[in-house]
Ligand binder design. Sequence first.
Ligand code: M6R
Length: 619
Amino acid sequence: MCGIVGYIGPRQAADVLLSGLARLEYRGYDSAGIVVNGEQPDLEVRKTEGKLANLRQLLADRPVQGKSGIGHTRWATHGPPNEVNAHPHLDCSGKIVVVHNGIIENFAQLRTQLVSSGHRFVSDTDSEVIAHLIEHYLHHVADQDRPSERDFLQAVTQTIMRLEGAYALAIMHRDFPDMLVAARKDSPLIIGHGVGENIIASDIPAVLEYTHEVVVLHDGELALVHADDLEVFNLSLERLEPELMDIEWDLADTEKGEYEDFMLKEIYEQPRALRDTLRGRMADDGTLQLSELAMSDDEIRELRHVYLIACGTSYHAGRIAKILIERWAQLSVDVVASSEFRYGSPLIDEHTLIVAITQSGETTDTMAGVTEAHLKRARVIGITNVLGSRITREADGILYTVAGPEIGVAATKTFTTQIAAVTVLALKLAQVRGTLPQAEIEALFAELSRVPDLVERVLADTDAIVAAAALFEGVDSSLFLGRGIGVPVAMEGALKLKEISYIHAEAYPAGEMKHGPIALITSRVPVVAVATSSATHEKVLSNVAETQARDARVLLVGTQGDQKLAALADHVIYVPEVSELLSPIVSVVPLQLLAYHVTKARGCNPDMPRNLAKSVTVE
Ligand code: M6R
């Protein structure tokens, strides 16, 4: 939540900051701002309420010149999304300026202390205390008129040690136009290391235009950034060796190309993303290759219980994983929303495996669950899409999805690749534990490898999906039903619809309808049911008939060739035949597209739904 960017080098900083913020806008879009250190030197601040387009216009009207600067796109936590609360924030002297992503939990206490010692605050944000606190410490460590770079760094370090909560920071001082400071704890931050230029950013897409070489800043580290030099320190100001990584993503991966929206592009990228995620996972001798789990076969055999923790869409991938692991590996599994896991009483011992699923690798709730699991000495495997993200450093083993950057706030290709990853994981656990015959494992993997082709077939003909979107015209509420592995698919379909179209959508196990929710059914509450071939197929259809008897208008996702469906529903979207346990990827794709088309018909922006941000780094 919130995107930050910083630039120092030979280019006009404002141009780089704007293009970086555009690539980070998915992290927050209720206000934006930049500050550039001009030639004088002088800090030129420009900030506005609303989306980045407003800031772009302001900069066209009142341009700023200078070769270093920092910028921010905000997802409001403390204080309404107006111009005053937009970042950057300055100290009283107007020389120290800060952009911040995260939450300073002890800001109220710090603010009271600073106010009583004479500091004047202008915003409601927690972030502004950081600028004032640096000013306070700089006053103590340096001759105010002539602080050195080192004094400034020391004041930043002392400030950081007073902060409780999460932060990624980019900081400038008016009198040091050749230097930026970056620091982080529990919020993501990287530095793109270019030739004669450096770019600080919350996420990789913001730097790809300039460099593919990235320094990942770790918790408790800060960086002193010059145009041609970059030093990393710990909080005792001891120098550390920067961890450099080469990023393979292309700039084109972060652009819409021929598509109207990122969400649509990312839906269409799924066949490629799935193939890349599955590539190389089965050796010629039929052994599943998951060495990144860093678990011995004995450790896998000794497992007694698995907890899957995740949020939102990733939680739905966890619900699918539970079904697969229980069925194939004969291990009991609990799936817990990460925000509940850390405050519950999970029963964890050395035979418990925690699998944390998070596409961003940064979700605060999930990372808090990982910390909790480690405190209880459990082994943690992370499933993520982002190289170098927090979970890659904190989990004991990592399984990557290879979806490429996902910019749309609604998760699509990261979800289906998560399903592919957990399917391979479940098969691997079964293989090592000897709970599924090898021939069956090979047959299932072979079928899974064909799923990307099936998704391609769904994407090749979307007329029925576009037509079905008409069911939602003028509608305020809807129900999504399924049974068995169709329940998490229905849950994901409902989440997609509600988060981008703002139509209420409730997912329910179809058999539970009669215990309450059926009371909601009217002709104005469409029912979407996952009715693909399954052991409970007939039961799903009976439950759907019960809603139709109460005037519901019905959309079924069914299996190609299932002739009877047309007579049972207002709309049917057919998907290719696939085994029941491998069906979620194929059946969720039309639901993603349904949500997309309903949203477009309502004139909403699927990439930037209101109140949401892509990466949720607050509790
Ligand atoms: O990065 P994560 O997978 O941890 O994110 C979890 C959720 O915040 C995320 O899936 C969210 O629900 C999406 N907006 C769903 O489309």
